[in-house]
Design a protein around this ligand. Structure first.
Ligand SMILES: [Zn+2]
Length: 162
């Protein structure tokens, strides 16, 4: 049975509001990487599932979450859960809007099991055109790829689907 106290709910909100270090205006709650927040005595146990394994932001996020927990007056016990693996489907609608506003095309929905994804061109986050071209599979971070829009000629980044 899951019991959730008001203190846990408040701490949960606080942690979901921690900014992603690489994505401006996008919180880790928006990305769907906070699995659980539990208070046990003076400890706060936070379980996170990192976005892409090997994403260097994971260490930074862990430190930022620990700092938020300590600021709230608890001993930080931050754990990483790798199973089930994070999926881009866990990004909230608000997170997708914020990515688009930051000039980053949000990932498409993950393909249904047993289906083969068709590689539709990635839409430009600025003008919506699908006349876009992949420049590099690796953008500023391993989580994103670099594109250029043939319609408005602006370069942009897109979150890779996973
Ligand atoms: Zn464009």
């Amino acid at each position: 049975m899951v019991t959730s106290t008001a203190a846990e709910a408040a701490l949960d909100r606080l942690i979901r509001d921690v900014d992603d270090p690489e994505l401006p205006h996008v919180t880790i709650g928006d990305l769907g990487i906070v699995r659980s927040v539990d208070i046990a005595g003076d400890r706060a146990i936070v379980v996170l599932t990192p976005t892409y394994s090997g994403c260097p932001a994971t260490e930074q996020i862990r430190d930022d979450v620990a700092a938020a927990v300590i600021d709230a007056g608890f001993v930080a016990d931050v754990r990483i859960a790798l199973h089930p693996a994070w999926s881009t489907d866990w990004i909230s609608d608000r997170g997708r809007e914020r990515l688009r506003a930051a000039g980053i095309t949000p990932p498409p929905p993950a393909p249904e099991p047993g289906t083969v994804p068709v590689d539709l061109p990635v839409p430009c986050p600025r003008c919506g055109s699908r006349r876009t071209r992949l420049v590099s599979r690796f953008g500023a971070t391993a989580c994103k790829a670099s594109y250029v829009c043939n319609t408005c000629t602006e370069p942009f980044e897109a979150f890779k689907a996973l």
